[in-house]
Write a new protein. Structure first.
Length: 157
């Protein structure tokens, strides 16, 4: 009786194994080609926000420019150039000083200012990048100057 039971179990296992192998051979293989898709992010413009400068200017001297750079992009940016892009004026406006500020900005190249992704503002000092001539009006004493600039940078991803 035991032998018969063993034979039955062995037979069932053999039939199950044979069935599994036949199912594997009966399956159809499939392959193909196609495309996957990805989309590039559109870069957002860098900008600046109000900075708190240190008083370093006086007639005949060079001084520092304080700049706070905003990076709305989801990746870090290295700012490489800060270039003057307009008329330097006082803020708030002082017409007497604005008539002859005598203030000039020296373009800054080959910089490596690291601005983190999604930054609401990262502060930098551009040492010795602004000058005030001896022609500056007396009304310019104590004034803060807004220096329009264009920023150029590369992703640091």
């Amino acid at each position: 009786m035991r032998t018969r039971k063993k034979m039955l179990i062995v037979s069932v296992v053999a039939v199950a194994a044979l069935f599994a192998v036949s199912v594997a051979f009966a399956s159809w293989l499939a392959s193909g080609t196609g495309n996957g898709y990805a989309k590039a992010q559109t870069a957002q413009n860098l900008s600046t926000t109000v900075a708190t400068p240190t008083a370093t200017l006086y007639p005949g001297a060079t001084g520092d420019v304080s700049i706070v750079i905003v990076n709305p992009n989801p990746y870090d940016v290295i700012v490489t150039d800060v270039v003057g892009s307009g008329t330097i004026v006082t803020t708030p406006t002082d017409a007497a000083c604005d008539a002859s500020t005598g203030v000039t900005f020296t373009d800054q190249h080959a910089l490596t200012l690291a601005v983190p992704a999604n930054s609401a503002g990262t502060a930098f000092t551009l040492t010795g990048s602004v000058a005030m001539s001896n022609a500056s009006d007396n009304a310019c004493q104590g004034e803060t100057f807004a220096i329009p600039v264009t920023l150029t940078g590369d992703s640091d991803a």
